[in-house]
Design a protein. Structure first.
Length: 162
């Protein structure tokens, strides 16, 4: 009988321990839910904040050696906007429908963000840096001593495509 009472006391003690631990668990789970909700609210707010660009606004962020970088180099050498087929030819690539679409898609990514490339006509791309030469207010104040061509040939009024 004494042994049975001892076991009952042990059992009662363990039941109390389990109830205490379950109560602590409920409190911890509530704290966890609150923390997750707070974290989600912060993430949602961050989505609405514009991304900050590292470095200078005019810094070109094209991965060196990529197809986009090769197109950038072709346009810099040419100094004028080129049709996507011309760009591919000068890159030494085969001009197929798939290659035109692929490169056009890559360049359009930058055009939509008004970064690096601009679209001067359908499937014709130029560089945003050329626009900066035209819009430079310091250049307008100076009187050129000899005729200068700040805009490459074949480069008309350009509006970013939205």
């Amino acid at each position: 009988m004494r042994f049975q009472k001892k076991l009952e006391r042990e059992l009662k003690k363990k039941v109390q321990d389990i109830e205490r631990i379950e109560e602590e668990l409920k409190e911890k789970e509530a704290a966890l839910r609150e923390a997750k909700a707070y974290m989600q609210a912060i993430e949602d707010m961050m989505k609405h904040i514009p991304k900050e660009e590292d470095g200078d606004e005019n810094t070109i962020s094209v991965r060196p050696g990529s197809t986009t970088d090769q197109a950038l180099q072709v346009l810099r050498v040419e100094g004028a906007p080129l049709h996507i087929g011309e760009i591919l030819q000068r890159m030494g690539r085969e001009v197929t429908r798939q290659s035109r679409q692929a490169l056009s898609g890559q360049l359009s990514h930058y055009v939509r963000r008004n970064r690096v490339f601009t679209r001067t006509a359908p499937n014709t791309f130029g560089l945003v840096e050329w626009l900066m030469m035209v819009d430079d207010p310091d250049q307008k104040d100076e009187e050129p001593t000899e005729p200068q061509q700040s805009v490459p040939l074949g480069f008309g009024k350009i509006r970013p495509v939205t």
